[in-house]
Design a protein around this ligand. Structure first.
Ligand code: BF8
Ligand code: SF4
Length: 626
């Protein structure tokens, strides 16, 4: 039985009652104060990049003081938004490269997947023979870091794409160069008095996005696998009910697994567990929120307490001893909120510092000590709980997660041996798609956004798609929405059409495959590239599309750009502040198709969004005659 959105909302209501008792604020109230939103901002027609402004475009004032029109302003804002996302994802990737550089046989961080490291090294033309694995790790870390500032050439991982895709990138001059260069170039272009031509700005948005997807994010994913292990299917649970009343609850939140992995490590240490018991707890439970949760769920089966718009709820349970964060998607609200409870709000990164938090600087070099101090702080805080405020909603679902590309290929090896002899390819999946047993695939990604009833778009779209024999790969907060609902439980096969149901049974998989965090959308790129190569089709010909129905962040726009620029049509449920320019809207939803063979569809009616995806998948099938 699925958990319905109504049940989740009832749980939230109950938590907000606790909040009311202690005078806590919550996003549900702040949204009301911020609505209606500024129309100029919403349409993307406010410019404040120089101090002659801010300028706002109206029928009476069709140009800013410098003479820039609505199209230039909207496109410039769009590129800045993208650059913010590319910088963020890519800097995460850089941190991971740095962590890889800090590995040693007896240090905090080790190489857990040496085979993968060797595979990537060979791909990059690095000699591996007879080399100590840690020497190789350090060499690869430096090469990875150099991708951020390389003087000449384009990103190394681009070679993973099919020839045809690489040709498009060259032809359209969007093959990403050094990662930092694309971000800098974007900010240069959007400076006062540089580009105001929508085509140029949107082209750079694609390029900057690609530097994220095939650059920084891919480095983040690949080297995280080397450090912490490549995910394999593993069972876990999702939703607030994973927190345990009698245990010390530590919630990890953010994105970089360097922190969360270490916290999990020490929370599992017998010495720490004994210490927790000495303080009256039965044990220690680590659970997660947002993408760092996806990371540790995929590799360790650590349960997922919730996604983006549920982050305040974990504190509202009154049973959270510490919420430990690194970077990105962390509500500054957690500071004041934690003060209403006994919860310690622990910030750890110089990149995400917030008022009302305890800052414990986390370094790769001192990671063990830092993590130990944080776990101890949480345990010491257990006795400060106020029992009358403790209420953990009794909702959770089982989920099987951990479908890296490597894991998917392995699953496929077991599926249709009778028809396909080759192993280690995606051909069995291609067979299922060609024969029509599965109609296609949708990559569901992205956030929650109060503009959409939280999780409904993710869940309703997934239910509709799987009923229509469309398999889902999911990441980020979309994946967590699926897990909370029960769609990552293998029994969800019963909600599928007959074809997909049969595949789920044969492969022993759920119909919604958890591919990881948002940087792990790079896994989806690799999967799409592999499917294209194995089928002899172009990526844009595959009956595969991307969808971010509840997206909210700059990172999500960067993702959208690289997914589209890779040749996959992308469907959005929230408008990216471009409605103020028909030219920019036209470019994004149609014009760029001439460049990269794919474009965006924006549709706020979720049911129609689902229909549009199914229609596109069927169109693509027809075009290749299957
Ligand atoms: O990077 S899906 S709310 S947690 S931005 Fe943030 Fe959006 Fe969640 Fe992860 Ni991705
Ligand atoms: Fe106004 Fe032009 Fe300055 Fe923007 S760049 S604030 S449109 S004068």
């Amino acid at each position: 039985k699925l958990t319905t959105v109504e049940e989740m909302e009832a749980a939230t209501e109950r938590l907000l009652e606790t909040g009311a008792k202690v005078g806590a604020d919550a996003w549900q109230f702040r949204v009301k104060n911020q609505t209606p939103h500024c129309k100029f901002g919403e349409q993307g027609i406010c410019c404040r990049i120089c101090s002659m402004g801010p300028c706002r475009i109206t029928p009476k004032a069709p140009r800013g003081i410098c003479g820039c029109d609505a199209h230039g302003i909207v496109a410039r804002n769009y590129l800045k938004f993208t650059a913010g996302g590319s910088a963020t994802h890519s800097d995460h990737g850089r941190e991971i490269c740095h962590t890889l550089y800090c590995t040693s046989p007896d240090g905090n961080y080790k190489v857990k997947d040496p085979d993968k490291l060797i595979r990537i090294a060979k791909e990059w033309g690095v000699e591996t023979e007879g080399k100590d694995i840690y020497d190789l790790a350090h060499e690869m870390a430096v090469l990875g870091l150099e991708e951020y500032g390389k003087v000449f050439g384009t990103q190394r991982f681009l070679k993973r794409a099919p020839e045809h895709t690489q040709e498009i990138w060259e032809r359209e001059e969007i093959a990403p160069r050094a990662i930092d260069r694309e971000v800098s170039c974007s900010l240069h272009m959007t400076h006062m008095g540089c580009s105001s031509l929508p085509e140029a700005l949107i082209r750079q948005s694609l390029r900057s996005g690609l530097s994220d997807g095939w650059g920084g994010s891919m480095a983040g994913t690949e080297f995280s696998d080397v450090l912490f292990g490549t995910p394999k299917p593993i069972d876990t649970e999702a939703n607030l009910g994973v927190m345990e009343k009698d245990n010390v609850n530590i919630v990890v939140h953010g994105h970089d697994p360097s922190l969360s992995e270490m916290i999990c490590e020490y929370a599992d240490d017998p010495e720490m567990i004994a210490y927790a018991k000495s303080k009256g707890a039965k044990g220690i439970t680590v659970s997660g929120v947002c993408c760092t949760s996806n990371e540790v769920a995929m590799r360790r089966g650590i349960p997922m307490a919730g996604n983006f718009l549920q982050q305040e709820n974990v504190v509202l349970t009154g049973a959270c001893e510490a919420i430990v964060v690194d970077v990105q998607c962390i509500f500054p609200a957690l500071g004041p909120l934690s003060k209403c409870f006994h919860t310690k709000f622990v910030t750890t990164s110089p990149i995400a510092q917030m008022p009302d938090s305890e800052f414990i600087r986390f370094n790769a070099e001192t990671a063990g000590e830092n993590a130990k101090a944080i776990v101890k702080m949480a345990i010491d805080n257990f006795e400060n709980r106020k029992p009358e405020l403790v209420h953990i909603p009794d909702i959770k679902q089982k989920a099987t997660v951990g479908y890296s590309v490597e894991a998917i290929v392995k699953v496929l090896d077991g599926v249709t041996n009778s028809q396909v002899d080759e192993t280690g390819t995606t051909k069995p999946l291609i067979e299922c798609i060609t024969s029509g047993v599965i109609r296609g695939a949708v990559a569901m990604v992205g956030c929650n956004n109060p503009k959409i009833r939280p999780d409904t778009a993710h869940i309703e779209l997934m239910k509709k798609l799987i009923a229509n024999d469309v398999i889902i790969i999911a990441s980020g907060c979309s994946a967590q929405a699926a897990a909370k609902a029960g769609l990552m439980d293998k029994r969800a096969k019963d909600l599928c059409g007959a074809g997909l149901k049969r595949v789920c049974e044969l492969a022993d998989i759920p119909p919604v495959l958890h591919m990881g965090s948002c940087v792990d959308i790079s896994r989806m790129l690799v999967l799409a590239a592999t499917l294209a190569k194995d089928s002899g089709l172009n990526i844009s010909q595959l009956p595969v599309v991307g969808c971010a129905p509840e997206w909210m962040s700059e990172k999500a726009v960067s993702i959208g750009n690289y997914v589209v620029a890779t040749g996959l049509d992308t469907f959005l449920g929230v408008d990216p502040y471009v409605s103020g320019s028909d030219k920019v809207a036209e470019l994004l939803t149609s014009g760029i198709r001439d460049w990269v063979e794919a474009a965006y569809t924006v549709e706020k009616d979720i049911d129609k969004l689902g229909d549009a995806m199914i229609a596109r998948i069927e169109e693509k099938r027809e075009a290749i005659g299957i």
